[in-house]
Design a protein around this ligand. Structure first.
Ligand SMILES: [Zn+2]
Ligand SMILES: [Zn+2]
Length: 535
């Protein structure tokens, strides 16, 4: 029994016996191919990385079991431009409907709009993936003729193809329907040629306006005839996906949970793949989409998170961890949640290295595998300081020297992982500046006189006693934490009020980080004077 989802998928891939729709044996695979792809119509945000990261995990699970496996990444660059993305001039309206590979690069640095984005994708993907993918472009594949045999199979079995398509549609397809779309020979657009009929191996079309959600692809009025086996064009998505599976001999691919429903494009492609192309449906990796603050990521809401932004405050391993946790559970992310996610990750690291014990064996194994599969080439060692601690230190101290001596004071320093610690401090500093919620932004109160008179007698006594106890000898975080409770009880102060008193004199507010950590991080002499309200 496999515990981790990617290992379960890997097992399913290597043990399945039969096609799903026909009584046929699964052929032998010398190498297992996992496909991931992306529409190039928009920029890459971290939500889009989920498909590739999950595919990468299944690929890795196969590799770990000793099978030959690879990841292919396909740019859907024959798809038409549907909208004018952010940052692109409105004059791009004229390109709506052109295959994205034919749209000029608005930034002028690449041959096309598609190439510009693909370059960005490649660079980013490799930072987040364990397996380096093989890259393909749909336009190049069509040009090379890689899809000819599948186009031919569809056209030769058009009645059967139509019948399968109709099972998934409310309204039956018209007679003369074509599974292949031509590129208009006059204006080069892909979506505007409206097909009048398919007859004797030829597609008759007229180039007309096509309305997308917000934009209209303008047709040029051209009337033409195209040969699907010779001329430029592409298969419709319901049919093309199946052809991709057959072309790369794909055994698994990720798809959003909306594809689970029995009428989705996944299943019509699955049936076409098996019944027409004689290729078994891949094992689906259905997953939930990422939400940001409970909302779908979108440029119009303005909550899009780009990989660069992620890497300013977190690591690729952390995003892998986040996506690998579970497949079908809503993943909602908020920037304020980042320290908790790091804590969870750190806990998995400790369990992986046997520094923390988990009674339940299944749970332990799951945690270890999840941690392992979230790693890149090298397995990250657990760090002696949490992300929230790092964010506190990053806000209180500037120089590396001051940071290290503070960490030494609070016993959170290990020379062996100095570089990793300093990296975490840097990420945490960026996070604190950009995304930390108000209650996690700290700076030391400069003038004690501002709060001094607000303290009652009991509070002053509490602070003095704590200062005297600290004067005796250096104390650890835990000791300070416990001592606060002891003194609060002794003086009959509510623990909450005791903590608030400390935050008030240290930070000038009523809430703060763990008080033991805060006091242990700062210079002891300064802390003692401050608790005595001397400075
Ligand atoms: Zn460019
Ligand atoms: Zn046209």
């Amino acid at each position: 029994m496999e515990i981790f989802w990617a290992d379960q998928k890997a097992k399913e891939i290597v043990t399945r016996k039969k096609f799903r729709y026909i009584n046929k044996e699964i052929p032998e695979f010398k190498e297992y191919v996992i496909k991931t792809s992306a529409s190039i119509s928009g920029v890459l945000h971290i939500g889009r990385l989920s498909d590739s990261i999950r595919g990468d995990s299944v690929c890795r699970a196969l590799l770990d079991k000793g099978y030959k496996a690879k990841l292919v990444w396909v740019a859907e660059d024959m798809d038409p431009l549907r909208k004018i993305p952010e940052g692109v001039p409105s004059s791009y309206e004229e390109y709506i409907g052109l295959p994205v590979v034919k749209v000029p690069d608005p930034w002028g640095c690449h041959d096309s709009y598609a190439e510009h984005h693909v370059a960005g994708y490649k660079e980013t993907l490799e930072e987040f993936l364990y397996v380096k993918p093989e890259y393909y472009s749909m336009q190049e594949e069509y040009n090379k003729g890689s899809f000819k045999e599948y186009i031919k199979a569809y056209l030769e079995n058009l009645d059967k193809v139509t019948e399968i398509q109709n099972k998934y549609r409310e309204k039956a397809l018209d007679k003369g329907w074509s599974p292949w779309l031509p590129v208009c020979k006059n204006c080069g657009k892909i979506i505007t040629p409206r097909i009048e009929k398919y007859e004797d191996g030829k597609v008759y079309y007229k180039c007309e306006d096509y309305a997308f959600e917000k934009h209209v692809a303008k047709g040029c009025g051209y009337e033409g005839i195209a040969n699907p086996l010779k001329d430029e064009g592409k298969l419709l998505w319901k049919g093309e996906w199946a052809a991709q599976w057959a072309r790369w001999r794909v055994v698994a691919e990720g798809a959003g949970k909306e594809y689970v429903v029995p009428t989705s494009a996944w299943w019509v492609n699955a049936e076409l793949a098996e019944k027409i192309l004689n290729y078994p449906m891949p094992v689906p990796i259905f997953y939930e989409h990422l939400m940001i603050d409970g909302k779908k990521m979108s440029a119009s809401i303005g909550n899009v998170v780009y990989p660069r932004q992620w890497l300013e405050v977190a690591t690729p391993q952390l995003l892998r961890f986040f996506y690998n946790k579970k497949l079908m559970k809503t993943r909602s992310f908020s920037w304020g949640y980042l320290p908790m996610l790091f804590d969870e990750y750190d806990r998995h690291a400790r369990v992986y290295f046997g520094l923390e014990t988990i009674e339940n064996e299944k749970e332990r194994k799951h945690m270890q595998r999840l941690y392992e599969i979230s790693q890149l080439k090298e397995i990250e060692k657990p760090l002696p300081l949490s992300f929230s601690h790092a964010s506190l230190i990053a806000q209180l101290f500037e120089s590396e020297e001051a940071i290290i001596s503070s960490l030494k004071r609070s016993s959170c320093y290990d020379e062996k992982v100095k570089e990793e610690i300093m990296k975490r401090i840097k990420l945490a500093r960026n996070w604190a500046r950009k995304y930390a919620p108000e209650h996690m932004r700290y700076s030391l109160l400069e003038d004690i006189n501002k709060v001094k008179e607000k303290l009652d007698e009991k509070q002053t006594t509490f602070l003095t006693k704590l200062a005297e106890w600290l004067e005796e000898k250096p104390r650890t975080r835990e000791e300070i934490h416990n001592q606060i409770y002891i003194l609060a009880r002794e003086l009959d102060i509510q623990p909450k009020k005791a903590f608030q008193t400390i935050y008030l004199v240290m930070l000038g507010k009523l809430a703060g980080p763990k008080a033991g950590t805060l006091l242990a991080s700062l210079d002891r002499k300064w802390v003692i004077d401050r608790l005595k309200c001397k400075r």
